[in-house]
Design a protein around this ligand. Sequence first.
Ligand code: NAD
Length: 518
Amino acid sequence: MNTTGFPLDVAGRDLGDLLDRAKVPAGDGPPLLGSLVGGSAVAPQGEGTVRISPATGQPLFRAGDESTSVVEAAVARARSSFDTGRWGRASGRDRARVLARTAQLMEARADDLAELVVLETGKPIREARGEVAAAVNAFEYFSGLARDVNGRTVRDIDASVFAFTVREPAGVAGLIVPWNFPLGILGQKLPPALAAGCTVVVKPSPLTPLTALAVVSLLYEAGLEPDAVSVVLGEGPAGAALVAHREVDVVSFTGSTATGRHIAAHAGSQRLKRVALEAGGKTPVLVTANADLDEVVAGLTFAAFFNQGQVCVAGSRILADASVADELGERLAARAAGLLLGDPWSEATQMGPLISQQHFDGVSAAIETSRQEGVRVLAGGDPSAPEATGARPFLAPTVLATDDDGSTAAREELFGPVTVVQSFTSLDEAVTRANASAYGLAASVWSNDLREALDLTLRLRTGTVWINGSTDAFPELPLGGRRDSGYQAEFGREGMEFFTENKTVQVGRTRRKDWYTA
Ligand code: NAD
């Protein structure tokens, strides 16, 4: 296990070269990372803040919180690259080839990228590998779509007019990424933006910039002109500067509802622009009396605890028919108690630590609040630090139970390994309670009665519904929320269309009469 920071000598492999471009010469201590602007590192002002790896408990890197001048420089590069048309007006095939080559390079370095994911997030290696594969899949999918950017033709408006629409690249795209799937969510934004012909400034989470820097380095290696993509490191103010910038045409954000609200309010402060907001969630999971309980227990263990529960669509609120709720709660608690927390590099590990001590403290406080609100704890609820892995922010998978919809556990996104079991006595009641949530990202329905499952699905007011499933996302399918979960789906053709603008072209087919003399 790596415990020393760079060079990233993990299992005999030095991963440092994936980050070479971003490294800035510095004295002792963990390596100092700069923003990647037009292909070169920009040294941060000052010493940079040390990030502790949740996987090792050791310092991993130092990075700056960039001043707006770095945002200015990155946006200027993206603007000039876009305006020359070198990328946006390149043929679809040329854009496709760069994205496909990047996918190949990522695949060739998949083990190394997975190690970086483990180092920066603490998630188990099995999950990290899955995340890399998902990002490769996204690059491949959007590589195909780069060759298929279509408008439509409208023939029969009027004998004098033939019309068509053109989808043009939107311009400079600002992409703001959270820490829970730093590579996966980058894959939801970066390939469609580039496939559409946009140039890009990425702002990763300050907790997890490594994979963004690595993937953008691979894009350069694949032949992308460096000005077309930059990575700006930093915290909220760097993101806010990007959002408000006059020369940024569209913004795609994934993160918390609070930040999304801020972005929605400020995006138009200097000029009007479109924003895509993928925000928080509290996914209701409806389990009817017709569900297969064995399948439900296995499925919901994954839905609740995969990625340490740090998933926007985690199954964090289970509404079960009263006839099965108690048994489900007990069995889920038993499964949770049996999950193996530990060394993220071990193949046997089922859960790793949370992303940071600060986040651990927040989730732990919410569990404590739940106790005080009278919520029952069926499993977990206590911090646990397995001997083998030292004092890192491990939180035991926690199963709560309450029928109080106003409780913190039933209402709020805790974004950790915590789920709550509630019971209902009629399907109408279940739908009403699920739809009363402020969030509207996703829901899932577990039932072996197809009509029942479909009826519930059509009545739930969320962007995605899984029937007898959870959490999966595919690049082919749009993924987006409603209400406090945001708006404008990403993935799918819809996700790529966001990075384009419509142009309507009317062609006069016949010579017009003079309006004034006819
Ligand atoms: P966050 O909102 O704290 O940060 C997300 C990103 O926004 C980071 O890069 C951050 O630096 C940046 N940021 C912070 N303040 C900003 C501002 N004022 N202007 C512009 N950018 C700013 O979220 P997080 O803690 O990194 O991620 C967890 C949240 O992400 C959870 O709420 C989760 O539900 C959500 N999420 C949603 C989806 C989805 O698809 N809907 C997917 C994954 C995560």
